[in-house]
Write a protein that binds this ligand. Structure first.
Ligand code: HPA
Length: 244
């Protein structure tokens, strides 16, 4: 049974493991294909968040099915990756940020397993989970140690602003998020981190800065820019996760 899972964001579609095999997991929210394999003797589950070939946009990802599938497999700890824009001049393209806080500005996504009587499983109750610290301090420590040992450019904490997308932000939105205390902006941490907490799984995420956010960068943002930087960083991301 895998105790650890990796959720690969943009640019991270595979992981280096031995004896890889795919498993289709049935959940109350639909089927999910998970890759299983061994890294250093440890069974690890891998999920490409945007599907194979990046075919699912952030607002259409079946977050509930993904997290439920990992839970069903026995996963206790999740390490996720996410491409982000930076609102913080100290966080440069190419830098890694071991997130410690987030703010949720998404508007249209199912964000809980606990839908009361309408839940499509036997947990038909109302639940309000503590989310003071959205990221697991133990996995964060492991990621920080790994980043340090690998001499990667990293920041040991950072606040993630989750937007609905799929469009990028306006310059005014980015100014507002900065005033509110955001460091980086992306489109996928919510509800992923929330759902992991609801099933009591430890969750941490390493953000990779692919660009300065709208208005901070004076150029137009393109998805290609994000993809190109992620391609350059894939090796470092994978080695950071394997070390952690
Ligand atoms: N905004 C939102 N999501 C992102 C960005 C951005 O600038 N860069 C990478 N993902």
């Amino acid at each position: 049974m895998p105790r650890i899972a990796v959720i690969g964001g943009s640019g991270v579609y595979d992981f280096p493991a031995e004896n890889k095999r795919e498993e289709v997991v049935k959940t109350p929210y639909g089927e999910v294909t998970v890759t299983l394999g061994r890294i250093g003797g440890e069974e690890v589950a891998f999920l490409a968040r945007h599907g194979k070939g990046h075919s699912i946009p952030p607002h259409k990802i079946n977050y509930r099915a993904n997290i439920w599938a990992l839970y069903e497999l026995g996963v206790e700890r999740i390490i996720a990756t996410s491409a982000v824009g930076s609102l913080n001049p100290n966080m440069k393209p190419g830098d890694f940020v071991i997130l410690d806080q987030l703010m949720d500005f998404t508007v249209s996504r199912p964000r809980t397993f606990y839908d009361g009587e309408e839940s499509p499983h036997d947990r038909k109750f109302v639940a309000h989970v503590d989310f003071t610290e959205p990221y697991c301090p133990e996995i964060r420590r492991a990621l920080i140690t790994a980043a340090k040992n690998l001499a990667l450019p990293y920041h040991p904490r950072g606040t993630y602003v989750c937007t609905e997308g799929p469009r990028f932000e306006t310059a005014a939105e980015i100014r507002a998020y900065r005033i509110l205390g955001g460091d980086v902006v992306g489109m996928t941490q919510c509800p992923e981190a929330i759902l992991a907490r609801e099933l009591e799984m430890c969750y941490a995420s390493v953000a990779i800065v692919t660009n300065y956010a709208a208005g901070i960068s004076h150029q137009k943002l393109t998805h290609i820019e994000v993809v190109e930087l992620m391609q350059k960083k894939t090796k470092e991301i994978v080695s950071l996760i394997v070390h952690a």
